[in-house]
Ligand binder design. Sequence first.
Ligand SMILES: [Zn+2]
Ligand SMILES: [Zn+2]
Length: 341
Amino acid sequence: MKGLFFPATMQMEFRTIPDPAPAAGEVVVDVKAASLCGSDLHNLHSAHPNESVVMGHEGAGVVSAVGSGVTGVRVGDRVALYHVIGCGRCQNCMSGYMQFCTEDRRARAGAAHGVFADKVLVREANCLPLPQEVSFAVGAFIGCFAGTSYSALKKLQLNGENTVAVFGLGPVGLAGVAYAHALGATVIGIDGIAERLSLGKTMGCDAVVNFRKEDVVERLKQLTDGRGPDRVYESSGSLVAQKQALEAAAVHGQICMVGFNGPMSQKADSAPSLYAAIGKELTLFGSSIMPRQDHFAILDLIRKKHVDLEAMITHRFPFDQIQEAIRLFDTGKTGKIVIDF
Ligand SMILES: [Zn+2]
Ligand SMILES: [Zn+2]
């Protein structure tokens, strides 16, 4: 089969490797859709990319072979792929939180072959059932950023009485906008790029704020009768945004932070102070990836509340043009790019 490797910094190449064969507890999935993620670009730009594994971690497909002892999935099943691989036996793994595995935590396209290939070998535990009415592209999203986004957002327990400010309208922020809108909250999106603000409106923002043109804290207060948003979802990873989130949040507000290493994180004078959390009795949450079981709540939102994650796809390419797709994605001027197999 064919797989895409990053042999050195900014280099990509297809290699032919043997088709995977499932051992006990393992499953081979024929990849039907994969999507490009910011971390693929981190690998591409890395001084030392892992040149020995197939790249890509957002994928979905159809089970084509199962090893002995596999009882949860069958040949022909449609599956989304949860991208973190845990030991399956430690307390965190058994609770569904494989991202916090303490024994043998690995990630696809890090220590294991990824999904930019015709087939991928996974553990049974990494197969999330994908109903017929949910596309393979959306399945690929759920296994990574759309799951990360839901897991963060659910901590804020949104309903129709809430106004949530979403900092950062990249994929994690945009999925959050779609979920928050579906849950009935009033949504204010914040970003500095016109295309993202426009996509924010498409995905469900009631108002948007351009941080390059407006005073974010002032504007958020104006939009909430001076109180500030009672919920804040920080997906940008910018220290400036974290600071603004703390300053803007309403008394007794709740803030969930999921972004890290954002582009403006290096500005030392922007480090947020937690005094606002004391003075306003704020509640702060952190969130990292998602517990596997959140998959089912996301499917419910997609099917029952018409959350359209495909609206953030701007380009699709066939697998043999994936290098061109990655170069385009690297310009930073696209939404999600999906690779079809
Ligand atoms: Zn990803
Ligand atoms: Zn574990």
